[in-house]
Ligand binder design. Structure first.
Ligand SMILES: [Cu+2]
Length: 149
């Protein structure tokens, strides 16, 4: 019995890990900072806004996001499919103290600057948002716009 339980865990564990990786990879992959062709500065404010809230990228491009928290409370910059961000924001309402260290996001303390290097291997609709409870709902979100140039 114990043996079969271990066998089951051994079987399911990689699946769970794979599901996690797939989640992040749905929008691209962590980028190599040395290959980032461009730096985009993003401000996060206590008015629950990102400045800018539209960021133009090319498919395949590696972008270094320099994310400045100019507010007095903690914010984060998380890239994701719109549906995933909405679901994640709902989860955060239920578990306000949940911390994440997903590769597709960076949390930044007030007055500090964080960095995220992302390679946009996938097109389609990609948004970004702050998933701290209430922030996303208050409009703290933006969009990645793919351009051909
Ligand atoms: Cu926020």
């Amino acid at each position: 019995m114990i043996k079969s339980w271990f066998a089951l865990v051994a079987l399911l564990w990689p699946l769970a890990a794979m599901a996690d990786a797939k989640h992040a990879h749905a929008i691209g992959e962590p980028g190599d900072p040395a290959k980032a062709g461009r730096t985009v500065e993003v401000l996060m404010t206590d008015e629950m806004r990102f400045v800018p809230d539209r960021i133009s990228v090319r498919k395949g491009e590696t972008v270094r996001f320099v994310v400045k928290n100019v507010g007095a409370i903690k914010h984060e910059f998380v890239l994701g499919r719109p549906k995933d961000l909405v679901e994640h924001a709902k989860l955060m309402q239920k578990h306000p103290d949940m911390e994440h260290d997903d590769p597709n996001g960076v949390g930044v303390e007030p007055g500090k600057t964080g960095e995220l290097v992302w390679r946009f291997t996938k097109g389609g609709r990609i948004d970004f948002g702050c998933l701290h409870p209430g922030h996303f709902e208050a409009g703290m979100k933006g969009r990645i716009v793919f351009s051909d140039k």
